[in-house]
Design a protein around this ligand. Structure first.
Ligand code: 4AD
Length: 457
């Protein structure tokens, strides 16, 4: 269907005076005696294009209803406020698809909660148009950052036999249901598709490490799955995960990469999406643009977990979750540290080994590991990473402490047998980055079709 993007027509004054064909969905429609004004949006631009239909003596012109899809041919003319419009006549306007009056997006200003009930249609609102463009631009910027710094993009398996994070959050992958006919779990799994227990990967890190031990610098960018029963504004059962892994790197290197990547992609976003950022600034978070500009022009803060606990204990705040050395930092603690103490993005390092994963490098103090989380105001944790334990014996000891089945990790352990090197990496929760850069407070609103506990369609 030969036509031109609305964005192209709106952004290029060379079209003025020319005849063009555009397609789109009707956002608003006003009819008067001799003319009709129709705002059309094809999704390529936040702004609608106004189509002015000169009705002439065409008595049977039917005004297109909101939600209908149309194809319009007409002349581009200068409009008000430095915009362009399309002048046309009834015979040049074709209705491609009807939309009866029960079309749910009749008026503007629906709540995000209501829009969640129509995920298949909410993309036609300005909010979701802007979210999806930010998402797309950030994804491209992430690839650009890593590609231009010699990283290899690898695709790690989504179905896996080993649990990376070891927190019991794996969805099971099976083709047969468990029945009483099986005498044991082993017997049941042996009968199943892979001949052993399998699940959806919570992280591509373990395979990412294997790739980094060959290619030096790699990154993954794909979905991860978590069966955690967390019905919160920042947890999805299926989220998109960016995981770089770098050989010959220690914790400080991992932190440097995380900071430079976050700054690069947000800088790119500010340049590429000024309209979208202005939209979120106006409707969702006043001062968003200034906050993002400030983030990329200042060094991120840095504090150890032990210091962070002290800051929280001395804060005088009444937290819902009590603070003591050894506890997991909750969102309220993370936000206090980044919003009240540092007032910017902050790396928290060296967590107690008991609350972190088996693969993290053990610090000489015997109590902490070389872990790092990046906390940002408004959201809390957006990145979790670490230097990895590169010593075979220490890694085995950490796995034994957690009663892990070493047989399932023999490939991973081999990396520490054959040419082991210091290495590390991190995982960025892509949706959390989008929450931070749009000011949207609920993770369900930054992905097309959210999957959360108790909700799928
Ligand atoms: O801190 P996490 O669990 O770390 C890992 O998975 C490591 N294997 C990463 C690595 O070192 N390669 O997860 C990393 C990030 C979190 O900081 C968070 O932003 C995001 O992934 N994340 C989630 N995002 C949305 N919904 C969930 N349920 C998430 N769980 C983690």
């Amino acid at each position: 269907m030969k036509h031109i993007d609305v964005k192209a027509v709106m952004n290029d004054k060379a079209f003025v005076g020319q005849e063009v064909t555009v397609c789109g969905w009707v956002r608003t429609s006003r009819n008067s005696k001799s003319v009709a004004f129709i705002e059309v949006n094809d999704g390529t631009s936040l702004k609608n294009i106004q189509v002015v239909v000169e009705k002439g003596d065409s008595a049977d012109f039917k005004e297109p209803r909101v939600g209908m899809s149309v194809k319009v041919t007409g002349k581009v003319v200068e409009g008000r406020n430095n915009t362009v419009e399309i002048n046309t006549t009834p015979d040049q306007l074709t209705v491609l698809g009807d939309a009866p009056t029960d079309y749910p997006l009749q008026k503007k200003g629906h709540t995000l909660e209501f829009l969640r009930t129509i995920p298949h249609l909410r993309g036609r609102t300005n909010t979701f148009n802007a979210v999806m463009r930010v998402r797309s631009v950030l994804a491209a910027a992430i690839h650009e950052y890593f590609q231009s710094n010699n990283y290899v993009y690898v695709n790690t398996p989504l179905i896996t036999g080993s649990d990376c994070e070891g927190a019991g959050e794996m969805f099971q992958v099976t083709t047969i249901g468990y029945s009483n006919e099986y005498k044991s779990e082993e017997e049941y799994y042996a009968d199943d598709f892979f001949g052993r227990r399998a699940g959806l990967s919570v992280s591509g890190q373990l395979e990412g490490e294997m790739a980094a031990m060959a290619m030096g610098k790699i990154y993954t960018f794909g979905p991860s799955f978590r069966a955690e029963n967390s019905n919160t504004p920042k947890h999805l059962a299926e989220f998109w995960h960016v995981e770089p892994e770098v050989a010959f790197a220690e914790l400080d290197d991992v932190i440097e990469i995380a900071e430079s990547m976050v700054k690069f992609v947000i800088g790119k976003l500010l340049k590429t999406c000024p309209d979208e950022i202005a939209f979120f600034d106006a409707h969702f978070e006043k001062g968003l643009k200034a906050r993002l500009e400030e983030l990329i022009s200042h060094e991120f803060g840095r504090v150890t977990y032990t210091e962070a606990i002290k800051l929280l204990q001395e804060s005088g705040e009444q937290f819902v979750y009590p603070v003591e050395w050894g506890c997991d930092l909750q969102t309220e603690h993370e936000r206090y540290i980044s919003e009240k103490v540092f007032k910017k993005a902050v790396f928290v390092t060296d967590y107690p080994k008991e609350i972190k994963s088996f693969y993290m490098k053990q610090n000489p103090d015997g109590k902490t590991v070389a872990a790092v989380d990046l906390l940002v105001p408004g959201v809390g944790e957006i990145i979790g990473g670490s230097e990895r334990e590169a010593d075979y014996d220490k890694l085995i000891a950490a796995m034994n402490e957690r009663n892990m089945n070493l047989d399932l990790y023999s490939d991973y352990l081999d990396l520490r047998k054959y040419g082991s090197v210091p290495h590390g990496g991190f995982g960025l929760g892509f949706e959390r980055l989008i929450m931070y850069t749009t000011g949207l407070a609920n993770i369900r609103d930054v992905i097309l079709f959210p999957r959360t506990v108790g909700s799928i369609r």
